[in-house]
Write a protein of this length. Structure first.
Length: 156
């Protein structure tokens, strides 16, 4: 993928049953790490099962967040974070965006995608404004089916 490379540390926010976690674990390779974050213990359990079945569990760190915080004690080491159809469901997207900004390394990327049917254009622009407040800058609006999406970058 153009965002995830061998050896990277990446974060999957709201990983659910591991739909993106598993392919990302393949992309980071044996030396890489995926931090799979979810609010629900059930989802983390499903993602863990899927990872074990694929023999990828050793590359994945499963982490339960709170509703308003990642609750992650991490130095800025993450090169890519994915927030797929999740920010609109969180209690405090502004805080999450600023925490994501903190854990990304300089030049790190965050891909935000929100569902078109749920998040209107105005609301999505508000989310991006929060991201700018947190220190991100927008680099791209990639096309993702049925989504409003933006690729954000942390300054060096």
């Amino acid at each position: 993928s153009r965002y995830v490379k061998n050896g990277d540390t990446v974060l999957d926010l709201g990983c659910g049953p591991g739909f993106f976690t598993i392919p990302m674990a393949r992309m980071v390779g044996e030396k890489g790490t995926v931090i799979a974050v979810d609010l629900q213990e059930e989802m983390l359990a499903l993602a863990r099962q899927a990872a074990e079945k694929e023999g990828l569990a050793s590359r994945i760190r499963f982490h339960r967040s709170s509703d308003n915080s990642l609750d992650l004690d991490l130095s800025p080491a993450i090169s890519f974070a994915l927030a797929f159809h999740v920010l609109h469901e969180t209690g405090d997207p502004a805080t999450l965006l600023s925490e994501l900004h903190h854990v990304l390394r300089p030049g790190g990327l965050l891909l935000v995608a929100e569902p078109v049917g749920i998040v209107g254009k105005g609301e999505f622009e508000q989310t991006l404004a929060m991201a700018m407040e947190a220190g991100f800058r927008e680099t791209d609006r990639p096309f993702i089916l049925l989504s409003r999406a933006a690729l954000l970058k942390k300054g060096s």
